[in-house]
Design a binder for this molecule. Structure first.
Ligand code: ADP
Length: 268
């Protein structure tokens, strides 16, 4: 498999929020595994795409889930006409070829899956392919990056300390209002006044986190709202579809959020 396909050719739009670019560059240069911490839809994946582009390194992203096994990451023997043939998994491809491997929402994976990254995240930088009987020494450019949403963690589902303590971590959050409006404008071409209203609605919802909402409205959802408004959808309908309906099924909470939308976008 050619690793060329994982190179990001066009510069992704990423609005720097703090010193994250500088920190990441230094961590990459030390080949330190990095954990991007923050709520869903706040720019973690966009950031890693931007950094891969900036560093000119291929980026292999794996969306982790609870059904994922170690073989899904590492590889497995598959049957074909000529017998059994080994197929490298995405982690192995990244380790061999010197890509950045981004494990998105790693905590979703079971702990026995997570431990396969351990020998890659310490001085060994090795990946044992037990079923194949091969020990892969990671390419000098290889780096592992994981995302982690602190809001979702429970005692039952969290990374072990022995995993956490293999990473440097960078905190992410929804950007401050002016910056977030700028991002929404850039992503959707809505005007400034509309972008600012969307951000205000998000702030209302974010204040309800832990008071009936598990998670506030993400920057991603604001970009969805803007993209519908830019296509001529009535702002109230656009906000209901993208900012309210996805995040809660609770009738009272929907009413509260619909009222916030109506306040910023009174009837048309
Ligand atoms: P996650 O944190 O879940 O990985 P993403 O990186 O996919 O979130 O961000 C969701 C969306 O939010 C992006 O597609 C982009 O439109 C927008 N976004 C959030 N933060 C930024 C940022 N700093 N610069 C540019 N776009 C951003």
């Amino acid at each position: 498999m050619s690793v060329e396909q994982y190179l990001i050719k066009v510069q992704p739009y990423y609005r720097t929020v703090g010193n994250e670019v500088e920190l990441y560059e230094a961590a990459y240069s030390a080949r330190m595994p990095v954990m991007l911490k923050g709520p869903t839809g706040c720019g973690k994946s966009r950031f890693v795409e931007y950094m891969a582009w900036k560093l000119k390194k291929p980026l292999i992203t794996v969306a982790c889930n609870e059904d994922m096994t170690a073989s899904d990451l590492v590889g497995r023997f598959l049957l074909d006409a000529s017998g059994t043939k080994w197929h490298d998994g995405p982690l192995t491809v990244a380790a061999r070829s010197g890509a950045i491997c981004y494990l998105d929402e790693i905590v979703e994976a079971r702990q026995d899956t997570t431990v396969v990254i351990h020998p890659l995240t310490d001085h060994r930088r090795q990946l044992p392919l037990e079923k194949k009987g091969e020990l892969v020494n990671a390419h000098a450019d290889f780096q592992i990056v994981i995302s982690y949403n602190p809001g979702y963690q429970s005692l039952m589902k969290d990374l072990k300390q022995s995993t956490k303590q293999r990473f440097g971590a960078i905190d992410f959050d929804y950007p401050e209002a002016g910056v977030e409006a700028e991002i929404v404008m850039h992503e959707t071409k809505v005007d400034k006044a509309t972008a600012e209203k969307l951000v205000q609605i998000a702030h209302r919802a974010r204040n309800l986190k832990g008071h009936g909402l598990d998670e506030g409205i993400s920057t991603r959802l604001l970009a969805y709202a803007g993209s519908l408004i830019a296509r001529g959808i009535d702002p109230r309908a656009a906000c209901q579809m993208t900012l309210v309906r996805p995040i809660t099924d609770d009738p009272d909470m929907r009413e509260t959020l619909d009222a916030a939308v109506a306040m910023f976008f009174p009837g048309t």
